[in-house]
Design a protein around this ligand. Structure first.
Ligand code: ADP
Length: 317
């Protein structure tokens, strides 16, 4: 699902945007960082996003990393440049085991390169496409990572604003890493409210769309985590429909159901319902969520094997 590009009016949902802005030459086989006197050998294409292509690269010492490559020619407006600078500035400040580690940024004549930790097991979208849905112990494991990563961001006054399965990556050891700070915002103080309408339709919190004069804050990430949790348990997003306007109507009216044919525990349902609370002030914080039965009554799996990318794993606790 494509991102909503701000600014848009809530009354008129934005059209999905095209994702192939970067048709153009690939980066050189050897990417040179002149200032740091370093080079990276370009490997396979890992994926493409709204503005960037991501390649596996290796350093002279043989370390494998990911390089997000943004063509300078695609940064046509000052606003686009500012957005990229903001993404870099915020991501650079983050350092947590559940966040894709930013390493370095540099440019050559054609591109800007963001060098990051490589997440070799793809995104949560890829895994869910194969698995359809996950078992509750697995969901507990990934949600635990997510909650700790989001807690770290919020403590650093960062709102991610685009938490979705496509921005959740899996490292070699199957630990979850949150990435893509393209829509993130840093608050000057905790009480500041943001007013820009942005996010991805299925995951967007109701106050972003409908309480535009009051603005929004950290709670939008908690809502998105509710959408993520539901999707991992049920196999499809709670407000999913073909038409974006209908998605927004369902979000406004808080219309979603737990299908009878997918058994989920009361404890899991309780967390979904709390996170998908319409009123942002009544939504739980990360610390509160971690105290729910779903997270405390059963142990969080210590490790998930890579076989879980394809089949339901047997888990050690
Ligand atoms: P955009 O901000 O343009 O959407 P993303 O940061 O989402 O770009 O990256 C685009 C794609 O590249 C992702 O969907 C994913 O497939 C791949 N990718 C991004 N970062 C990494 C990473 N650190 N490790 C592995 N693959 C990545």
């Amino acid at each position: 699902m494509e991102q909503v590009k701000p600014p848009v009016s809530a009354a008129q949902p934005p059209p999905p945007t095209s994702s192939s802005k970067h048709a153009g030459p690939p980066p050189p086989q050897l990417i040179i960082d002149k200032k740091a006197n370093a080079s990276y050998a370009t490997g396979k294409l890992l994926g493409e996003g709204g503005f960037a292509r991501c390649f596996e690269v290796s350093t002279e010492k043989g370390e494998r990393l990911a390089a997000k490559v943004i063509r300078k020619a695609s940064l046509t407006s000052q606003k686009q440049k500012q957005k990229l600078f903001a993404e870099i500035r915020i991501h650079q400040q983050m350092s947590h085991p559940a966040i894709v580690q930013f390493q370095h940024v540099f440019e050559d004549d054609d591109n800007v390169y963001m060098i990051m930790e490589l997440c070799e097991n793809g995104t949560m979208v890829d895994m869910l496409r194969t698995r359809k849905r996950l078992s509750e112990p697995e969901v507990r494991y990934y949600m635990h990572h997510l909650l700790h990563g989001v807690n770290y961001m919020h403590q650093h006054r960062v709102i991610h604003r685009d938490l979705k399965l496509g921005n959740m990556f899996l490292a070699k050891d199957m630990r979850l890493k949150i990435g893509d700070f393209g829509l993130a915002a840093i608050l000057k103080h905790d009480g500041e409210r943001k007013k820009t309408i942005c996010g991805t339709p299925n995951y967007i919190a109701p106050e972003v769309l409908f309480d535009t004069s009051t603005g929004h804050s950290y709670e939008v990430d908690m809502w998105s985590l509710g959408v993520v949790l539901y999707t991992l348990l049920i196999g499809k997003p709670p407000f999913q429909t073909k038409d974006v306007k209908q998605i927004y109507k369902k979000i406004r009216d808080n219309t979603y159901e737990f299908p009878n044919n997918v058994p989920i525990s009361d404890a899991a349902r309780e967390v979904v319902e709390a996170l998908l609370t319409r009123d942002p002030n009544s939504r739980p914080t990360v610390q509160e969520v971690l105290g729910y039965t779903f997270f405390v009554a059963e142990p969080v799996p210590y490790l998930i094997p890579t076989s879980a990318l394809h089949t339901i794993p047997t888990l050690a606790e």
